[in-house]
Design a protein around this ligand. Sequence first.
Ligand code: FRU
Length: 603
Amino acid sequence: MLSLPLLCQGALAADSSGIKVEHLGTNNTLVRVEGDSRYLMIPVQEAYDDATVNVVVDGKLERTVYVRLAKSKVDYAVPFDLSPYKGKNVVLNIVTTQSRSTVREASEDACWSNFALADSISTANVEKYRPAYHHTPLYGWMNDPNGMFYKDGEWHLYYQWNPYGSKWQNMTWGHSSSSDLINWTSHPAAIEPNGLGSVFSGSSTIDTENSAGFGKDAVVAMYTSAGASQVQSLAWSTDNGETFNIYGGNPVLTLDSEARDPNMFWNPDTKLWTLVLAHALDHEMLIFTSPDMKEWTLQSSFGKGEGAQGGVWECPDLFELPVDGGQNKKWVLICNINPGGPFGGSSIQYFTGDFDGKNFKADTDASGKVPTKWLDYGKDNYALVSWSDAPQGRRTVIGWMSNWQYAAEVPSKQFRSANTLPRDMYLFTGDDGQIYAATEPSPEMLNLRDKLTLSKPNISVGKKATTLSLPDHNGGICEILMDIEAPKSGSVYITLGNKAGEEVVMTYSPDSATIAFDRRHSGIVDFSQDFPAVTTAPILKSGKMLSLRIFVDRSSIELFADGGRSTMTNLVFPTQPYSTLSINTSAGKAKVKNLKIYSIKTK
Ligand code: FRU
């Protein structure tokens, strides 16, 4: 019997009878599975390298997965679903990478006695830092959201998923859906690693005219097959994205250098499918067109020498939006870069400009240069892309709420990483005449509000802090709103604190037109030297007024200033929930108006 901390708790009732282990060499072991149990529980130790697990069914190699098999202790177990192989002979032919000098030494690894069988698993949350109202995978590792589409009243969200551990590996499209952008239902894996490699990020679209020949209204996904090289592949679904068929003619697009994360959309002006592909190491986005999603013609490239060049360019998106809600429209090219963000690591860069169906031409500033624009000035919003076919012309986006610098080290195990709140994007003209993208919480986020736990129409604060209570139920999760009128000279500090003396300090400095977010003393910060940080966002207007909307979840804070014109998304790991909100100034008096705190509803 296994009694270990598990990703999936059902294995507490797991049984190791029915498992036969045979050591064949210092790094090769056979695990034979007998009987008809639903799951094989595989023991993991994150500190070790991946072992290659070849799943052989009735003598044929069915698939290969990579798992960090436990060597000295088991961190948790992951379930491998045996149901497709019911009644068949299942043998795992495992190749490990640790150096062992004798078979006996290899046989002492902790994993061998901890393989087990189980008929059910429970994915009930066991973790303190799992968000209460942000999307997370039920278990395992998640990075980029991708392939999202809206159809028949449902928002479909796919994500880069490792079902066999809480570090990056075995890239699979995980799938969740929601009718309200708040409550997410988890579905079985949508696209799994196949003959051309693992399944990296991509996009999905609805083929209303059946131009690809997969059926009218088929959901067509394009993703990067990542094997020895990166090539682009198609898959289609005729059951609203629940299951996908891999296109037999894959790959549909190949290049002789690293290219990934295809983002495909229908351009009604040219009546062609249009594709933006990240030419990752070349720091450019390639633009292709096609009549049928299968034959692609390269039209142009954008990016060489423009904006922040960073490490790699990834996860593009391209769409048109009205400027200032009027008739004038501009195109937005999203270009996620890693590393090279303003505060280190991953970040979302974007360009505004014009697109004639073939070429993207970026807007320039007064000096004729293409300015660098960032969508979020926190450290934890990456790989942001939009839903295709969103209703009412909305451009609804979501990001991965982490940073490649430390995503694999954050203090959670059962799940690793959440998504940001869904946000709607709009364009506005800044005081400098430039066009900028703003992201505000999607209107559905108003439905998160539960009780108004505090309401102060008008308070005056000085150097001495005014301290108020945050809601105490549900771990302190809440939404905070306020309008601040800063003193004539001086800054305003907004501090979230807890009983352990941990705090997050947000500083509004009208003189420098910035708002800063200091998480250096926010709780657990020592798992990575890149985590403790102060991030600073520009306020894109002059004056001394700022309106703030702040969402606090168990391990994240999202700050939206002036209707999303400045945003900061930052992870935090307080050892106890933040319980107080303090406001004070560096000098003089500030007015805080319309201060409201709502507790948040959870299921
Ligand atoms: C971005 C990224 C993508 C790639 C995916 C792999 O975070 O590197 O470029 O498709 O992650 O999981």
